[in-house]
Design a protein around this ligand. Structure first.
Ligand code: FAD
Length: 283
């Protein structure tokens, strides 16, 4: 919890499971370090189409039961069957993980276009009824300040977002954004269509020159000139880049805090040092 400006703002961060089993110890060590900032929750990503889903559950259980921090397990509908869904829900229950980020997911490389368009669960919202039926989970959903890349327009995206919330999403986490004005506009639009659940602002610190290309091509988030100039300036200076990237994220967060955001979700991606530095700067 960040306690500043007389308002308590939730602070959370995201980790991803390693590819190789032997790297699981590294993520546990990272989580031990992250514990120092006492986040309100830590979320664990889910591999495209369900690859690595066991690792997601194992890491979420470590966060919940060993780190003693509430954990949020991501789960995608793409590639999911009714049987797998009920197995996964039982697994999370057994491990005392009671928060799920309900997602659609994107087409994994192993899935053809045809398989993707014939998928059993079409949208994130398609798996909500089955999760609700099991019960006992707090549900989070994804939202997009600059609209989902596949949506025709903002209005359509918000209409489906409202539908998803009405089906049982308790809180939302945004896609990363680098221009706070886009987030404020989205908040106004979401409020106008009746979305009143807490919305956590997704902030990705850009600490490496080549990070933006990969992140942005996946997210569709726009890049302000200030950020692209910064990256160009530090193209040959990794230490300077890291410092400037952290400062950029800190400025974004401070501005969001002043404007009364509900929560900050840091896409710090297994970097405990970056998470700690940002938290120390804004707390
Ligand atoms: P949905 O809410 O299903 O929306 C997808 C698209 O369909 C949107 O354009 C929406 O407007 C439209 N739509 C929704 N409902 C309907 C309907 N009923 N009829 C017609 N159109 C509809 N991916 C992973 O693989 N693993 C992760 O761990 C992961 N974590 C993420 C965390 C966050 C915070 C975010 C923002 C994204 C994450 N993603 C992850 C990426 C996510 O899976 C993709 O962005 C995906 O393309 C959309 O997922 P969604 O849950 O937002 O989909």
């Amino acid at each position: 919890m960040i306690k500043k400006f007389f308002k308590e703002i939730e602070f959370s961060c995201e980790v991803f499971p390693p590819k190789r089993d032997e790297e699981m110890y590294d993520i546990f060590r990272t989580l031990d370090e992250i514990k120092a900032v006492d986040p309100d929750f830590v979320s664990v990503t889910y591999g495209a189409g369900g690859s690595n889903s066991k690792k997601t559950a194992t890491i979420a259980a470590y966060i919940q039961n060993i780190s003693d921090i509430p954990s949020l397990a991501h789960m995608t509908a793409v590639g999911m069957t009714e049987e797998k869904l009920s197995e996964m829900l039982a697994e999370l229950k057994k491990k005392s993980v009671d928060r799920i980020l309900v997602l659609r997911g994107d087409r994994p490389r192993s899935m053809s276009e045809e398989e993707f368009s014939n998928r059993h669960y079409k949208y994130a919202s398609s798996i909500i009824p089955a999760i609700k039926e099991v019960g006992g989970f707090r549900l989070y959903g994804a939202c997009y300040p600059e609209k989902h890349p596949e949506s025709k327009n903002v209005e359509e995206d918000l209409m489906y977002l409202k539908q998803k919330v009405d089906m049982g999403i308790d809180e939302l986490i945004t896609q990363m954004f680098f221009d706070n004005e886009k987030f404020y506009r989205f908040m106004d639009e979401a409020y106008k269509v009746g979305i009143t659940v807490p919305i956590h602002a997704g902030i990705m610190p850009i600490t490496k020159v080549n990070q933006l290309g990969t992140s942005v091509s996946l997210s569709g988030s726009s890049v302000p000139t200030k950020l692209s100039n910064m990256i160009a300036k530090y193209s040959e200076d990794p230490v300077g880049m890291k410092k400037a990237g952290i400062e950029y994220a800190v400025h974004q967060i401070e501005d969001l805090m002043k404007r009364g955001v509900s929560g900050i979700h840091l896409y710090s991606m297994n970097k405990a040092d970056v998470t700690k530095e940002i938290y120390e700067a804004v707390k």
